[in-house]
Ligand binder design. Structure first.
Ligand code: AMP
Length: 487
């Protein structure tokens, strides 16, 4: 039965639309171990998505793909990689989505066969006019197999391909229609293409291997994993085309929109050893810690970070304050997807597996605890409790991001407003709710300065509610939800 969705349900669906993904592509004039290269690169990008992984290899124009739910090492084994085998090009994807809605069919890269050939596409981001385009395409006869906006992008490109003389021309025409966040790696029978939306919400960089291969990756850590060197970012609005070892660029969409790189990439998503736009993620996080001390100084005995995402900022806070940095927690690295979670009974018996405090660092001490962010507030409450249990005398929480106050429509999983703890409580109430002696957030002004360039043009929409491009229209979400039959 199709029911009209409630507003709550719409927010839930919106939440489900948000994905944080990693994309990769490689192209060489000569056949290479394309599947293996992509496998290693996806391993390095695993932090960007743990729900599914996929690789498509191009062997002499024939595209073969393997995708499934799970981590990279669960989806691929020697047999599946050798079936994909050698080729001159490959694209790969790791995906994170927030709901279980038809997960398997939404695995990427998406491979489509169209009138002028075939195409594999891997996407990081979120379209904001997904529903409008879907409707338009459906009315023109398209039949969708997935619920993801990547299929909308694929069909928008293949439709344009019918009346254009090359795939890159079709991509450029499609870009006139696509709105929102998209960093794409596209593979046609003869070309590897990298595309970034004109706002440049999500990262995409270009690398080159000493052997002459070109690579495209969400983050430079993927290039490092295969011995390729970071060359530069694909610019917001740019289309780069790699064909037969030669790179060309179409910049006709560059500079057509307000710059809006997601500042949360520096704060949380990206790996600290990555370089984005030539700026080290580790140093940006350390800078966040330094700013935090300047904004919210406190007298304390030790600075600790929540592993892994709070460690770099904790180091910065310690450096700037002169208060020693300590190892406050040990995170168990061996907890996989098949780990049997402790029940309430186990927890009451004191079973704690994932994260354990180091008593010698915190017992009897005034502790500054640094983390990247608070969303619903669940994690920080638990962590503060652990510190109190081992005898921390004071706990001062510092967050390396501003308060999450608004939804994100461009690829970050920020839940609906009523679930955001910073929307519900003011600072004094937050302190009580979390059980800490003081709390301090990074200011939006300082978040914009993390890479040291004033006026760089970050998107800080989830912190301030102002977005560099128009958010999606509610009426379309309504329509789309009722189509899905959710409610
Ligand atoms: P919460 O318990 O809801 O407050 O979650 C906070 C923690 O979730 C942060 O410390 C981050 O490590 C992590 N986190 C923050 N933003 C995101 C996001 N968009 N997607 C997944 N995890 C996130």
């Amino acid at each position: 039965m199709i029911r009209e969705p409630t507003m709550e349900r719409i927010d839930e669906i919106f939440e489900g639309l948000k994905e944080e993904c990693g994309v990769f592509g490689v192209a060489s004039p000569e056949p290479i171990e394309a599947a293996m290269m992509t496998y290693y690169a996806l391993y390095a990008l695993q932090h960007r998505g743990q729900q599914s992984a996929g690789i498509a290899v191009n062997d002499d124009g024939v595209i073969t793909a393997h995708c499934d739910e799970g981590l990279v090492n669960e989806v691929f084994d020697e047999a599946s990689l050798s079936r994909l085998g050698k080729g001159t090009m490959a694209v790969g994807h790791v995906r994170y989505s927030t709901t279980g809605y038809e997960k398997r069919i939404n695995c990427q890269p998406l491979v489509v066969n169209h009138h002028k050939g075939s195409m594999a596409i891997a996407h990081n981001g979120n379209l904001t006019n997904d529903a409008e385009l879907r409707e338009e395409l459906e009315l023109a006869g398209s039949i969708f197999h997935t619920t993801s906006d990547t299929e909308v992008i694929a069909y928008t490109i293949t439709k344009e391909r019918l009346s254009t003389s090359s795939i890159e021309e079709a991509v450029s025409k499609a870009m006139d229609k696509l709105k929102g966040a998209y960093s794409l790696v596209i593979m046609s029978p003869k070309k590897l293409i990298g595309v970034r939306d004109p706002n440049g919400f999500r990262p995409l960089c270009l690398g080159k291997h000493p052997s002459g291969m070109f690579c495209l990756a969400s983050e430079s850590c993927a290039l490092d994993s295969i011995g390729a060197k970071y060359v530069r970012e694909v610019e917001p609005g740019e289309i780069v085309v790699i064909s037969n070892g030669v790179l060309t660029s179409d910049r006709s969409h560059c500079g057509t929109a307000k710059p809006g790189f997601c500042v949360f990439e520096y704060i949380y998503f990206a790996r600290p050893d990555s370089v984005i736009d030539g700026r080290s993620v580790h140093l940006a996080r350390q800078k966040a810690g330094e700013f935090l001390y300047e904004q919210h100084p406190v007298d304390a005995d030790v600075i600790i970070g929540v592993p892994d995402s709070g460690l770099d900022a904790a180091l910065g806070y310690s450096k700037r304050s002169g208060i020693p940095y300590g190892i406050g927690f040990i995170k168990n690295k061996y907890i996989g997807r098949t780990f049997i979670q402790p029940t309430q009974f186990d927890r009451e018996k004191g079973v704690r597996i994932k994260l354990n405090p180091v008593p010698s660092t915190v017992a009897g001490k005034r502790v500054v605890l640094v983390d990247d962010s608070i969303v619903r507030g669940t994690t920080i409450k638990r962590i503060v409790n652990l510190l109190r249990e081992v005898g921390a005398t004071e706990v001062h929480v510092r967050l390396a991001s501003p308060k999450f106050l608004y939804p994100c429509y461009f690829g970050t999983d920020v839940p609906s407003r009523e679930n955001l703890i910073a929307v519900k409580y003011n600072d004094e109430e937050l302190k009580k709710e979390i059980g800490v002696d003081s709390i301090g957030f990074l200011s939006i002004e300082n978040a914009k300065l993390l890479t040291g360039e004033p006026g760089r043009g970050f998107c800080t929409g989830c912190f301030c509610g102002e977005y560099p491009c128009e958010p999606p229209k509610r009426k379309w979400v309504n329509k789309w939800c009722s189509k899905l039959g959710d409610g």
